[in-house]
Design a protein around this ligand. Structure first.
Ligand code: MOS
Length: 739
């Protein structure tokens, strides 16, 4: 591969973003657009007895109001994430008069201006028959059930006999861990601009999955997928809340149809806390049994989470313990209760992230009991294969991650005794944890066009929510063709383009880039053919395998590119405006032969002010094995974002509900704190950068997005224990828990 792969390349879309020219969903100027406001439930349980819009209808600028009493019929879409579409909730908006949670959409009102819509919406009177909501896990235990699956993987796992292995273990650790409800809070709230042209709908959206949004919206409206066009060129963060399709997209579509004009619907920050999922709180019991040597003999991981009263999504915390460490006796169970809160949804590393908080805290506690260094304990229990599927790893450099991060961090200088390290008045703590996330890959397609001027266009209906997809797509084309980066135009985020999977599960790079590579190769083949066919070409009549197309030109095998003719010249001579390669790439049999998993190590330094119990994460050093790095700069940027999100999870993030009426107390960014610049200090990220030989034959990249947040929260909790001697098993670790 050429030097364009793996180097640090600034984002193709960076200039547009920093100059404010990148148009996010709500930014598009649309002629004669009307404004919609969603009206949400102010109770969490019960039913609507009346919606009186008479006063609103007389308000200035009023255009329409839709609710379950007058909305067009909608249909429950196919609910299959792996193939076609997935609504955030299986219940269709306005399906009936029932209220399942606070913030549920009850009506949508349209007016000429946003202010007029907000005012008219305030005049709509909704009356309810309300029942006390069930908000807390403890109060919902009568609804407990064991969910069967998480995206096709069985949630209950038993290997060996964990209970008896635990009883006879030389050393044991048992504890319960808690993580709170969290919300994604991307900087860009969900937004949708709908417009109809006859029976064809265009939605300017902010979505992690343009193809899925097309299918889900079409099915919900009862129309064909070809009639729906989704456009989402820029995404201001998603973290999972824009992965499935939430009701606002359909609301804007039916509102636009009703008024016969384009309409714009933005979610408020408050509505982001009820309109597009959440991460459930988790209660996790972990029991570990080990020999005095540190070798794990038993792992029991029992998880209790919440789902909504009418749908199922399980935060699958125990999934990691199928294979994280080598252990003969494993027992994993998941339980779920039904509460009057919006259905949970994936949030950056669903399952792995809270699961690793519990497990990697537990491993630290076990390390102290055994008096074994926490890194050493993890090396002792390294899994050389996936003991759940019994498959070899496609590639695994976890030991290198521990070694590299430990060395860069200076771990060898650590005194393991709690409260033993100080910096002036501050207590200093060093902690670490393992990071892991699956190496997913799905089918994807792409198209590459080489134009007569020697430039290229690459397109795929994928998304760039910050991971750098625009840039990495162009890099692959540049690598194959030799066309310089600045002469390659990447296009994405449009459902008319060749289909690609959801940008979730950290699979965009592994799924889309192989298709881009093949499409570029296909376009070059056509140029070679043209050079052979051209009577005036020096290569006229040659065989295809005698020629090479690379580095910007066609030339004789064994010769240099300078001796050949440029793509532009071939196309001009043969009078072609462009040549096009299109490719559909999908994972093959290797998925049955190998287990694909990314790995990493997070090392953290905290400084704790003993007077006010304030924790500062002064240093993070991380190393990740995510296969080949395509773009060092965007990969590091993704890792920084994940680590920063992990700091928020460890110290700040916590959605608080009012258990009397189901209201959300922290429904703004003042009360739902996330890290700001002042909270973030040194972050030092390293990549092993060894290609995964099986995820695809040539590129070998497994994706960077989600693994980088995993392991951060437990590394911080472990560092806090080391600093203070206080073991906090409940996130977020706010000063009140440390005082
Ligand atoms: Mo990610 S939570 O799969 O968008």
């Amino acid at each position: 591969m050429s030097a364009v792969i793996g180097s640090s390349i600034s984002r193709k879309d960076g200039y547009l973003k920093v100059t404010g020219q990148a148009r996010y969903a709500a930014d598009h100027p649309i002629e004669s657009v009307a404004h919609a406001v969603a009206i949400c439930s102010t109770i969490a349980h019960g039913r609507v007895t009346s919606i009186d819009s008479s006063e609103a209808e007389g308000a200035p600028g009023f255009l329409a109001v839709l609710h379950h009493g007058n909305a067009p019929q909608l249909f429950r879409p196919v609910n299959n994430f792996m193939t076609s579409s997935k609504p955030g909730e299986i219940r269709v908006v306005f399906e009936d008069d029932k209220v399942h949670y606070y913030g549920q959409y009850l009506a949508v009102l349209v007016a000429e201006t946003l202010q007029q819509a907000q005012f008219a919406a305030s005049l709509v009177k909704i009356t309810y028959e309300s029942a006390p909501p069930v908000m807390e896990t403890d109060k919902a235990m009568d609804t407990v059930f064991d969910p069967a699956e998480f995206f096709g993987e069985k949630l209950a796992v038993k290997r060996g006999d964990a209970e008896s292995a635990l009883r006879s273990a030389e050393v044991k650790h048992e504890a319960e861990y808690f993580t709170p409800t969290e919300h994604h809070n991307p900087m860009e709230p969900c937004a949708s601009i709908a417009s109809w042209d006859g029976d064809e709908l265009t939605l300017l959206e902010t979505t992690q999955w343009v193809v899925g949004a097309r299918n889900t919206v079409a099915e919900t409206l009862g129309t064909a997928a070809e009639k729906v066009h989704i456009v989402s060129p820029f995404i201001g963060g998603g973290f999972g809340c824009k992965g499935f399709v939430w009701p606002h997209s359909v609301l804007s579509a039916i509102a636009s149809k009703q008024v016969g004009r384009p309409i714009k619907l933005n979610l408020t920050r408050k509505q982001m806390f009820s309109g597009c999922g959440r991460r459930s709180e988790t209660r996790q019991k972990i029991s570990l049994g080990a020999q005095s040597t540190g070798k794990l003999t038993a792992i029991v991981h029992d998880t209790l989470v919440q789902t909504s009263t009418f749908d199922e999504f399980t935060e699958s915390c125990g999934g990691i313990n199928r294979f994280l460490y080598s252990c003969p006796h494993v027992s994993i169970a998941h339980h779920s209760v039904r509460v009057n809160i919006v259905t949970p949804t994936p949030m950056r590393a669903p399952g792995e992230n809270p699961g690793l908080f519990a497990m990697e805290s537990a491993m630290d506690e076990l390390a102290y009991k055994l008096a074994i260094d926490p890194v050493e304990l993890r090396v002792i229990n390294h899994s050389d294969k996936n003991e759940h599927s019994n498959l070899p790893w496609s590639s695994k450099y976890l030991k290198d991650c521990y070694h590299l991060a430990a060395e860069k961090f200076g771990w060898a200088k650590r005194n393991p005794k709690p409260r033993s390290m100080r910096d002036g008045k501050y207590l200093v703590g060093w902690g670490m944890a393992t990071a892991t996330y699956p190496g997913m890959r799905s089918p994807g397609a792409a198209k590459v066009r080489i134009l007569q001027d020697g430039s290229a266009v690459v397109s795929s209906a994928t998304q760039d929510m910050g991971g750098g997809t625009y840039t990495t797509m162009a890099q692959l084309v540049s690598d194959v063709t030799g066309i310089p980066m600045e002469r390659i135009l990447p296009e994405l985020g449009d459902s008319y383009m060749p289909p690609a999977p959801v940008s979730g599960g950290s699979m965009t790079t592994a799924s889309v880039l192989p298709a881009v590579r093949q499409a570029a190769t296909g376009a070059l083949k056509k140029i070679v053919k043209a050079a052979i066919a051209d009577k005036k070409s020096p290569f006229h009549g040659k065989k295809e395998d005698e020629l090479v197309a690379a580095n910007g030109g066609v030339f004789q095998k064994g010769s240099t590119p300078e001796s050949g003719i440029s793509y532009a010249r071939v196309l001009a001579a043969t009078n072609q405006a462009s040549v096009e390669g299109e490719s559909f790439a999908q994972p093959g049999k290797e998925r049955e032969k190998y287990a694909f998993q990314s790995w990493g190590a997070q090392f953290v330094e905290v400084k704790v002010d003993p007077e006010i119990a304030k924790v500062t994460v002064s240093r993070v050093v991380s190393a990740f094995d995510v296969g080949r790095i395509i773009n060092r700069k965007t990969a590091q940027s993704q890792a920084h974002s994940g680590i920063i999100m992990g700091v928020g999870m460890a110290l700040m993030e916590h959605t608080v509900y009012d258990n009397r009426d189901g209201g959300i107390i922290t429904s703004n960014l003042a009360d739902y704190a996330v890290p700001v610049n002042a909270d973030i200090h040194s972050i030092d990220v390293h990549f092993i950068d060894k290609p995964d030989p099986y995820i695809d034959p040539e590129i070998g990249a497994r994706g960077v997005g989600e693994i980088t947040v995993t392991g951060v929260a437990p590394a911080i909790a472990n560092a806090i224990y080391h600093a203070t001697g206080r073991r906090i098993r409940e996130l977020p670790i706010t000063p009140d828990k440390l005082l």
